[in-house]
Design a protein around this ligand. Sequence first.
Ligand SMILES: Nc1nc2c(c(=O)[nH]1)N[C@H]1C(S)=C(S)[C@@H](COP(=O)(O)OP(=O)(O)OC[C@H]3O[C@@H](n4cnc5c(=O)[nH]c(N)nc54)[C@H](O)[C@@H]3O)O[C@H]1N2
Ligand SMILES: Nc1nc2c(c(=O)[nH]1)N[C@H]1C(S)=C(S)[C@@H](COP(=O)(O)OP(=O)(O)OC[C@H]3O[C@@H](n4cnc5c(=O)[nH]c(N)nc54)[C@H](O)[C@@H]3O)O[C@H]1N2
Ligand code: SF4
Ligand SMILES: [Mo]
Length: 723
Amino acid sequence: MAETKYTFCRICEATCGLAVQVEDNRVRKIEPDREHVVSEGFVCVKGTHFDEVQNSPDRVTAPLKRVGDRWQEITWDQAAAEIGEKLKALRARHGGGSIAHFVGSPAGANVLSPMFRSAFFKSLGSNRMYGTPTTDTTNKFRVNEDMYGSPFRLAFPDVNHTRFLMVIGANPAVSGNTLYHLPRARSRMGDIVKRGGRVVFINPRRVESAAVGEHDFIRPDTDLYFLAAFLNEMIHAGHVDPSVVADHCRGFELLRDAVDGWTAERQETVTGISAARLRELVAAHAAAEGAALYMATGVNQGRHGTLCFWLLECINAVSGNLDRRGGTLMGEGLFDMAREVNKEGQMLLQYQRRDGLPTVVGNHPSGMLADDIFAGDVRAIIVEASNPFLACSNPGGRLEQAFEELELLVCIDLFRNEVGNLAHYILPAPTWLERAEIPYALQSFVGNNPTPYMIYSDAVVDSPPGVRHEWWIYCRLARAMGLPLFDSRLAGWLLGLNDRLVYSRHRWLRRLALTPERMLNGMLKKAGLPGRKVFLEKYPHGLLLGENRTGTFLGTDRVLTQDGKVNLAPDAYLRDFAATLTAGFQEELANRDRFKLIGKREIRRVNTSSANVPRLVKQRSNFCYIHPADASEVGLGDGDLATVASEYDSITLPVKVSDEMMPRTIAIPQCWGHARADGLSHARKFPGVNSNLLAGDGPENIESLSGMSHLSGILVTVSPAGQ
Ligand SMILES: Nc1nc2c(c(=O)[nH]1)N[C@H]1C(S)=C(S)[C@@H](COP(=O)(O)OP(=O)(O)OC[C@H]3O[C@@H](n4cnc5c(=O)[nH]c(N)nc54)[C@H](O)[C@@H]3O)O[C@H]1N2
Ligand SMILES: Nc1nc2c(c(=O)[nH]1)N[C@H]1C(S)=C(S)[C@@H](COP(=O)(O)OP(=O)(O)OC[C@H]3O[C@@H](n4cnc5c(=O)[nH]c(N)nc54)[C@H](O)[C@@H]3O)O[C@H]1N2
Ligand code: SF4
Ligand SMILES: [Mo]
C-alpha cells in the first residue's frame, strides 16, 4: 500500500513542501504539501513531475568507465582505485592545482557535499573551483564582502511588510527566486499590491511575474545607468536618510560625486525608461513606509553586475531602508555563517590568478576554464551536478574542445549528460528524494528568508544499490589517495573507516556509521533547534522560527567591515564606474539599434536538469522570441526559422512573435541543445538549440570585478534562416 511521506522540493530555491506517495520504495506520485508552514500547498509542475527523473530508466546506477566508445559498469573499489591513481600521478607531475572541480547548481541544494568536497580539494592542494556561481551570482557575493564585510551578509526584501518593491532582472513567479527565499512568490508579491503598496518590474521582457504589478521595459545591460540616475535623483530630491549615512556608512560623498550628473534624462537615452517615469518611481520609493530594490540574474549576467548591485545596495542603505521593517533585512540563520567564514580568512580574491581576474568565494571564472585548460593549468576535472557545455559560455563549442584535452574527466551525476559523454568515469549520485536534508545552506545558515522556518526531511526512498552520496565519494577518493581530511590524518582515517560502514551490508555496522541523518541532526541541535526525530514526528511540515528582527544590523558588530560601517564607495568600484560611465555609455549609444539577446526561464524546465522529463518537455525546440515590429522588419513570422548570429557563432531556431518583448531585444530560453545527449533518451529527441554557443569567453567577456560571465545582453544579428 502506498504511504505518504512529507518532504520538500530541491529543484529551485523555493523549496516547496511536498507530499510524496511511495510504494515498495518507488515514488508513485508527488503532490503539494498543503500544510507546509510557508509554501502552503503551492508547487509548480517541475516539483510534481520529478517522479520521472526519480524513476527514469536513463539513470546511471553503477560507476561507469569509458572504454573506447563503450561504457562499462565497474565496482566502486575499481573506480576509486583507478581515479585515485590517476589523480596521484597528475598531482605528482603537475601539482594539486592542476586538478579542478566544476560545481553546478543542483549541488547548491546539497548541504553536506560542499563540506567534504572542499576538504578533499584542500587536501589535494587544489583551489581550482569553477562552476555555475560565476554564471549566476558572484557579483553579489563580491559586493556583500566589500560593503558589509562578508560575502554572506546578504540583505533581502522584507516582502511581508514592504510597501514598494522593485524587481530588476528577475522573474520570481517562474524562477522561484534566487538568493532570497520566496515560495509562493506570485501571491506574496500580489499581497503587497493588495496592501496598497507597489511592485514594479524592470525587465526587457514583460514577464509573468509582472501580472501582479507594474512593468517597465529596459534595454538589456543598461541597468547601471538607470540605477545611477535613480540614486542621483534621489540624492538631489533630498531623499537620503542623513542619520543612517552619518552614523552607519562611510564614503557617501564619494558615492554622491560618482553619480553626480546622471540625470533621469541622461539615462533615458540608453535605457528606454522615460525621465518622468524614473522621477515618479523615485518619489514613490521615498514616500513608501518601507521600500526595497531587488535584482537577480538578468542583471548579474550583464556587463556590469557588480556595479549594479553596488548601486542597488547603496540605494537600499542611504534611503534608510536597510535593516528597516518593509525595507531590506539582514537575516539571522542557524549560525552566523558570515562571521564563521571570515574567521577562516579564505574568502574574497583569495587565490591569485595570473591574469588578475578575481576568484570570488573561491570561484575561478567559469568563462576562463577553456583558456585555463588550453594553457595547461587545468588537466583534470571532477564535475559535480553540472552540464557546462550548455550552461556556460561555449563560443562555437570551444569549451567542449577544451574538455577533450583533459587527461581525466570524472562526472558525478544522476545521468550521462553532454559533458558526461566525454568523461572517463561517471559516478552515480542519489536524487534529492534519496537524500536526508535541511534546506539550502544559504537559506538555513545565512537566513535569507523573509519568513524564517526550518524543516528536516529523511530520504523518501532508498537509492539504487550502486549509487553513492557525493560527500561519500569525496571521502572514498581521499581514502584511495591516502589523503587526510579537514587538516587531520585522524579525521581522514576515521572518515575512511566510516565510508565502509555507511554502505555496509551488515545492519549493525551501518548503525555505527556517521550518516547524513546524524550529521544533519547534529547541525540542528548545535543551532539550538529540535533534532531530527522531533522534526519528523512533530514538524513534518516545517517549524516557524519567529519573525525577522529589524535593528539587528546597522550599528551592531554584525557589520563585519573593519570600521563597522557600510562601505558605500569601494575604490575598485569607483574606478571601474568612472571608466564604464564614459566608454560603456558611448558604446550603448552607438549600438542602440542593434539586437540584444537575453535568456528566458520557462516554468517547465530547470536549467538542463528537466530536459529528459517526457511529461514536461513536449516541444522539439526552444524558440526565439521577438517583438512584432522587429519580426516584420526582418521578414520573420511566427514559426519561421531564424538565424541568430553573434561574433562567435550562429544558431537556427523557430521564432515566436510576441509583444512581451522590448523592441530590439530577443529572448532565447537557455540550457537547450541536447542533440548529442546519448544518455538522455527523451532530451535527445526534443533537443532545441544551445544559445550559449553565441556567448563569448575569455577576459573580454568576463566582468572584471566578480568573474561573472557575460550571458545576457549579447549583441546579435537576426535574419530569416537560409539568407
Ligand atoms: N544564457 C544563459 N545561460 C545560463 C543561464 C542564463 O540565465 N542564461 N543561467 C545560468 C545559471 S543561473 C545556472 S545555475 C546554470 C545551470 O546549469 P548547471 O549548474 O549545469 O545545472 P543543471 O543544468 O540544472 O544541472 C546539471 C546536472 O546536474 C545533475 N543533477 C541534478 N541533481 C543532482 C544531484 O542531486 N546530484 C548530482 N551529482 N547531480 C545532479 C543533472 O542530472 C544535470 O546533468 O546555467 C547558467 N546558464
Ligand atoms: N523554471 C525555472 N526556475 C528556475 C530555473 C530554471 O531554469 N527554470 N533556474 C534556477 C536558477 S539556477 C536560478 S539562478 C534562478 C534565477 O532566478 P531569476 O534571476 O529570477 O531568473 P530569470 O527568470 O532568468 O530572471 C532574469 C530576468 O532578467 C531579465 N533580464 C535579462 N537581461 C536583463 C537586463 O539586462 N536587465 C534587466 N533589468 N533584466 C534583464 C530576463 O528577461 C528575466 O526575466 O532561477 C532558478 N529557478
Ligand atoms: S517552485 Fe517548483 S521547482 Fe521550485 S521548489 Fe517549488 S515545486 Fe520545486
Ligand atoms: Mo543559477
